[in-house]
Design a protein around this ligand. Structure first.
Ligand code: TZP
Length: 209
């Protein structure tokens, strides 16, 4: 994979937005510098997830930004997304790799060095590591130390993205951690001005990564 695609990774969440506003936010984010998008839907029925994924793929394609699908191999294949992102509760990494084949991207959420090493060996292309801060977006996610993040990033042979409570205002802590990028949900999806927020994050990232 292109490691630079991980630099500013938008993970979506639809708050109280209409579908139109949700898609407009993703469009503004793509237009202003996110480098990868993950469609993350936990409660949609399969047909609705598929239909929404088609619409988001249409947007990301305009900007040649890879689209990842959270959890669902079938949706990833059905819309020909760039890949799928899985966590602990999904199919095992090696099984997911077998299902999607060698060409799709496979992202895996991990919290420990042992899990990170195993995921890399089983065919993951990149790792999402966190939570870095407590976050209302995923309140049950345990918080990792910055040392643990650094240790994973320096020890595994694939790129690492930091996730969980990451915001424009706390990016400085990632200096010299060895991560390839940051993944954000709320700081982008809840920003009053998506375009301005993404530009500001990117300006800050230039100093940090
Ligand atoms: N995985 C670990 S923390 C998290 C996910 C999906 C949520 C991140 O959301 P936010 O709003 O950027 O803290």
């Amino acid at each position: 994979m292109r490691t630079e695609d991980l630099k500013l990774y938008l993970v979506t969440h639809r708050y109280d937005d209409s579908e139109l506003d949700f898609l407009a936010k993703i469009t503004a984010a793509c237009e202003n510098g996110v480098t990868m998008v993950q469609l993350r839907e936990k409660h949609l029925k399969t047909r609705d997830y598929y239909t929404l994924a088609q619409k988001v793929k249409y947007i990301t394609d305009q900007y040649q930004i890879p689209l990842m699908i959270d959890d669902r191999v079938d949706i990833c294949l059905a819309v020909d997304a760039a890949g799928v992102h899985i966590g602990d509760d999904e199919l095992p990494v090696a099984v997911t790799r077998q299902l999607i084949g060698p060409d799709k991207l496979l992202g895996v959420s991990t919290k420990t060095l042992a899990a990170a090493t195993a995921a890399a060996a089983a065919g993951a292309d990149y790792l999402g590591v966190g939570a870095i801060f407590p976050t209302p977006t995923k309140p049950d996610s345990p918080v990792l130390s910055l040392e643990a993040l650094k240790n994973i990033a320096e020890s595994v042979p694939i790129p690492v993205v930091a996730i969980g409570g990451v915001k424009e205002s706390n990016l400085d802590i990632f200096k010299n951690t060895g991560i390839a990028g940051v993944a954000m949900v709320s700081d982008i999806m809840q920003a009053p001005d998506t375009a301005q927020k993404v530009r500001a994050i990117n300006a800050k990232l230039k100093e940090v990564l």
